[in-house]
Design a protein around this ligand. Structure first.
Ligand code: NDP
Length: 241
């Protein structure tokens, strides 16, 4: 039976590359997005997949989105919590809105989505949850107290859920990308970006496909014994112990 994958934020950037890779691997793919209709339509057309608009920070919207996906493609077997945003500011200037938006979209979203597919995965005795964290959740980053907290939170959540899912055939892992060449990084000022690249031993930004291939591996049957892990994909910019 063909497994169904939900990629949150699956219509642009890293998420789109994951959607494409999973489609290529033969899965049924549902790509979620927040509101960029143009990107979603291009994604649906070019990849031949269905795209679903809902806000992952809104629990009830996720309920409705999952119901639509289940109706079209069946229950979600593989959940890739990828949707994320940044709202950077030095802490002394960070507003409550900047803090809350990032915590809700980058961390609470993983609760909203995972909680609502978890019981089905348990019942069916199979599941894969892959949480897209960040190098900045591992090491912290100036101006990103909100983002670093949310992304580190995903790592803690993953470690707890890996233990809870283990006996039920569910693996839960983190992929922690370094700096990847997407719109999120293209928004960084050129001078700052040059400085960042100079700290990456491999000497370049990562490619979205390099994150996608790690996700595809973690989703596979071959990766059944990998759970609770944080897979860093960062060109040796930060080597976690
Ligand atoms: P992009 O900004 O290119 O794409 C973000 C995607 O998430 C879009 O599809 C967007 O939808 C969707 N999205 C945003 N908010 C919501 C929401 N509330 N509900 C549903 N979907 C939402 O991001 P990247 O590809 O750069 O990043 C993807 C993930 O990888 C993020 O979690 C990010 O933190 C992480 N990451 C990225 C790195 C990088 O270098 N790019 C490095 C480390 C981690 P729409 O198009 O409708 O706005």
């Amino acid at each position: 039976m063909t497994r169904t994958v939900l990629v949150t934020g699956g219509t642009r950037g890293i998420g789109r590359a994951i959607s494409e890779m999973m489609k290529h691997k033969g899965y049924q793919v549902a790509a979620n997005y927040a509101g960029n209709q143009e990107a979603a339509e291009a994604c649906a057309k070019e990849l031949g997949i269905k795209c679903y608009k809902f806000d992952v920070a809104d629990y009830d919207a996720v309920t409705d989105g999952l119901a639509a996906i289940e109706k079209d493609l069946g229950p979600v077997d593989i959940l890739i919590n990828n949707a994320g945003v940044t709202r950077d500011a030095p802490f002394h200037k960070m507003s409550r809105e900047q803090w809350q938006q990032v915590i809700e979209i980058d961390l609470t979203s993983a609760f909203n989505c995972t909680r609502q597919v978890w019981e089905g995965m348990r019942d069916r005795g199979f599941g894969r949850v892959i949480n897209i964290s960040s190098i900045n959740g591992q090491k912290g980053q100036f101006g990103q107290a909100n983002y670093s907290a949310a992304k580190a939170g995903l790592i803690g959540m993953t470690k707890a859920l890996a233990q809870e899912g283990a006996k039920k055939g569910i693996t839960v892992n983190v992929v922690a990308p370094g700096y990847i060449d997407t719109e999120m990084v293209q928004a960084v000022p050129e001078k700052v970006l040059e400085g960042i690249i100079s700290t990456i031993p491999v000497g370049r930004l990562g490619k979205a496909e390099e994150i996608a291939s790690m996700c595809a591996y973690l989703a596979s049957d071959e990766a059944a014994f990998i759970t609770g892990a944080t897979m860093t994909v960062n060109g040796a910019q930060y080597i976690a112990g």
